[in-house]
Write a protein that binds this ligand. Structure first.
Ligand code: ARG
Length: 309
């Protein structure tokens, strides 16, 4: 009885767990180890011909290389991998996060839908406000929606996975204006395979992935000298699928990175510090560096704080 009174008066003496903060001072990402990673079905053109070809040891070694590289420039949190969710290691497609709000994916394919519940739980436990997206209008997180570094707009794609009608709904989570881009090449089925807005006001992109109207939108936002074009060969090695935090870039080792006019070379020429890590086992599944890490820190913090220790 006495206890009930105390509870009513808030005097139980039991410390309430503090609400975890979703504001990070440093660039912070979420990764999920490839414990159960495999190419067990085909939902993008890269997976065809690669069924069950990734080897666990090799995938783990590569993922650890990326994890170590990212830890050099950012804080990295981990999501527990789950059996039966072989693409869960591509955690960037599970949500878009900014300012404490996480817009959760509604995956287009049933094969990836089991990932949603695990990420929803993690985000809620971490203190994020989860913004649900309707099943009827597929939305694939950072795969298809990327904030500009100043957080003033969202670039969102449709045409392969994400439904155009989800764009408005996602933008409403932050009351941010959205620019819709149309993807036209099935190999570049997510925006993060062909477009990356960068901290320094540049973007990396593969023009062949977009329709004419989308190219106009990109040209309207980025002056010619700010646009870094990936060749088709480099884009096919996921050169656009890069992680950027401040002046740092982490990307797949395409094999041409030291050559003049490669994406990595052009980035270095503009002052970015580029680290290339081999991620070939993940290319078999249709993803690379960017797909393997979900940004948790505010986009403005991520692009400002270079994460120097
Ligand atoms: N197998 C995954 C899928 O098709 C790979 C995702 C990688 N995506 C990317 N944006 N690169 O959903």
């Amino acid at each position: 009885m006495a206890k009930a009174v105390d509870v009513a008066e808030g005097k139980t003496g039991v410390a309430q767990p503090a609400q975890p903060s979703t504001h990070f001072e440093r660039a912070t990402f979420l990764m999920c180890s490839p414990e159960w990673y495999d190419v067990g079905y085909v939902i993008n053109p890269w997976m065809a011909g690669n069924l069950h070809r990734p080897t666990r040891d090799q995938a783990f070694a590569e993922w650890r290389g990326l994890y170590a590289a990212l830890q050099e420039i950012a804080d990295v949190k981990l999501l527990h991998p789950r059996e039966g969710a072989p693409d869960m290691t591509f955690v960037a497609h599970g949500a878009v996060v900014n300012f404490g709000v996480a817009a959760l994916a509604s995956f287009a394919h049933a094969e990836r839908q089991p990932e949603e519940e695990h990420l929803r739980q993690w985000l809620q436990d971490a203190g994020f406000v989860v913004w649900e997206t309707p099943r009827e209008t597929a939305f694939e997180g950072e795969g298809d929606a990327l904030f500009s570094p100043d957080a003033q707009r969202i670039w969102a794609a449709h045409g392969a996975r994400t439904c155009r009608y989800s764009h408005r709904h996602v933008a409403d989570a932050w009351h941010a204006p959205v620019t819709s881009l149309h993807l036209v090449d099935p190999r570049f089925y997510h925006l993060d395979t062909c477009f990356a807005p960068l901290s320094g006001g540049h973007c990396v992109y593969f023009p062949g992935a977009f329709d004419a109207g989308s190219l106009e939108e990109i040209a309207g936002a980025y002056a010619p000298e700010m646009r870094i074009e990936a060749s088709e060969a480099e884009a096919a090695h996921f050169a656009c699928n890069l992680i950027n935090a401040g002046e740092h870039v982490v990307m797949h080792e395409t094999g041409v990175g030291r050559r003049e006019n490669s994406v990595a070379w052009k980035l270095r020429a503009r002052g970015y510090r580029v680290k290339e890590v081999p991620l070939g086992e993940f290319l078999r599944g249709g993803g690379a560096a960017k797909s393997l890490a979900l940004r948790l820190s505010d986009v403005t913090v991520t692009h400002r704080a270079a994460g120097k220790r």
